[in-house]
Design a protein. Structure first.
Length: 238
């Protein structure tokens, strides 16, 4: 079963982990600073940072899923940025299609289920299924960075429900990890410096990078356990 404990420990104790969290927190902090100043460059910079961080997470997933002895990507920001662009290009269509289906289906069902409580249940079911399809496509792509893998209909159909269950179990666990790790340090910063404060913002930025690493690691475990196919059969043989 996928373990958030293993994901945290291996992400935290990885080679040069704290240095990498510090470095990749800098652009996140810069984005927050631009937002606080209502700078016109915020949206352009945040888009670039989003691509960079997506490349960071997808590399973490790929490293763990392919059995590397490390979790975090290298210091090569250009390579990571390129991986983020390729990942968005590869997964953009499936994200767009699922988002469109979610919006369209929601409007259609609202005509037949006027009760808000019933609609919330249906929204959860529909969006849960669509998000699981997107996550399964992400995991399939992250293994070998092949666009065709992200649209393997058979794999997605057979595994999306298990992937969604794995993601659901991850959410409360990662919230607990953040409460244990980030909560006390945030409290100390609040006592000495107050909040908001640049030190607190930078610490939270580092926590975001750590969370991306943990999430990427955990999703790789979900991939290994949940996604059926020829590769899983080969893993069993090995």
């Amino acid at each position: 079963m996928a373990s958030i404990k293993d994901a945290f420990e291996e992400s935290f104790h990885d080679h040069h982990a704290l240095t990498k969290y510090f470095i990749f927190a800098i652009p996140v902090y810069y984005c927050v600073d631009l937002y606080s100043k209502n700078d016109n460059n915020f949206w352009a910079v945040s888009a670039a940072v989003f691509i960079l961080l997506f490349g960071f997470m997808i590399k973490c997933t790929s490293n763990v899923r392919n059995g590397k002895n490390y979790v975090l990507p290298s210091f090569n920001i250009i390579s990571m940025f390129w991986d983020g662009i390729k990942g968005l290009v590869a997964l953009g269509p499936i994200i767009a299609i699922c988002s469109w289906l979610g919006g369209t289906t929601g409007k259609f069902l609202s005509e037949y289920f006027p009760d808000p409580a019933s609609m919330r249940v249906w929204y959860f079911i529909i969006w849960g299924l669509l998000v699981s399809i997107m996550m399964t496509g992400y995991l399939c792509y992250a293994r070998n960075f092949k666009i065709s893998d992200a649209y393997n209909i058979k794999t997605i159909w057979n595994s999306c429900v298990d992937v969604f269950a794995g993601v659901l179990f991850m959410i409360p666990q990662i919230l607990l990890v953040n409460a244990i790790i980030a909560g006390p340090i945030t409290y100390i910063i609040w006592l000495f410096f107050g909040i908001p404060h640049p030190i607190a913002v930078f610490f939270w930025s580092m926590c975001l990078i750590l969370n991306l690493s943990i999430t990427g690691h955990y999703l790789a475990q979900v991939d290994y356990e949940a996604i059926a196919g020829d590769e899983k059969e080969k893993d069993r043989i090995i």
